[in-house]
Design a protein. Structure first.
Length: 244
């Protein structure tokens, strides 16, 4: 590891919440003449080191875009592989995540996931619910537009039944009906593999986030790459629309 980067990081200015679009598993595999599924396997392995690094740096929230509402449109074999990997990851990593004081949570429409994934997800959330270290948020069957639409429907229904006063609706009202309601907005959004778009990820929440794009494919995104992203973040001037 690059000790210089570690020493340069201001531990008093580490992002509270880092959100990552883990892109490039397929391209990583293609470059090695491997099937896309091999890339997803390698991508799962990369998660472990990044979670540990966030823990050591004092990052409180880490949100990983694991499976979007649009990913169901991929070939059935690939989707099945992703679901199997998800169930396996949750089952195999539960003990280590718990021992490292990581709290696991899911955002998105998880009721649409296969039963085996829902079972393992419920187990790991229950096991780690009282942990006080990194909050690992897995975005599963998540789409920001669908999340916002769902929130609006709930608010409208609340107005109809009288539980919500339409004159008191503000930004916080919508926030409280999103699946991210218990999570602070991201400070830093990272996307790997060279693409520079959000792909329907946390559209409401990233209004004032800093963005970091890297050409590194997700399976090759090592802890030192995370350090580079944090160093870049620490060099930004965050004004949140105002002036200092």
């Amino acid at each position: 590891m690059n000790n210089k980067n570690t020493l340069e990081i201001d531990l008093e200015n580490v992002p509270t919440h880092i959100a990552i679009i883990m892109d490039g598993n397929g391209r990583w595999a293609k470059a090695r003449f491997l099937p896309r599924t091999a890339g997803h396997v390698a991508g799962v392995e990369a998660i472990r080191d990044i979670v540990k690094k966030c823990s050591s740096l004092g990052v409180k929230y880490l949100t990983l875009y694991a499976f979007s509402t649009e990913n169901w449109n991929r070939p059935k074999l690939e989707v099945d592989t992703l679901m199997n990997l998800l169930a396996k990851y949750l089952r195999n990593e539960a003990k280590e995540l718990h021992s490292n004081n990581v709290k696991v949570n899911a955002i998105g429409f998880t009721d649409k996931l296969p039963a085996k994934c829902r079972v393992e997800l419920a187990k790991i959330e229950d096991l780690t619910k009282d942990n006080t270290g990194v909050n690992l948020n897995l975005a599963l069957n998540y789409g920001a537009r669908a999340d916002i639409s769902s929130a609006i429907v709930k608010i409208v229904n609340g107005c109809k039944d009288g539980s919500i006063d339409i004159d008191e609706i503000d930004e916080n009202t919508l926030k409280n009906y999103l699946s991210t309601k218990s999570i602070p907005d991201p400070d830093l959004v990272i996307r790997t593999s060279g693409e520079q778009r959000l792909s329907n990820f946390l559209l409401w929440e990233v209004a004032y986030a800093e963005f970091y794009f890297t050409s590194i494919h997700w399976p090759d995104f090592k802890p030192e790459e995370l350090e580079k992203a944090i160093l870049a973040y620490q060099g930004r001037d965050r004004r949140f629309g105002g002036l200092k």
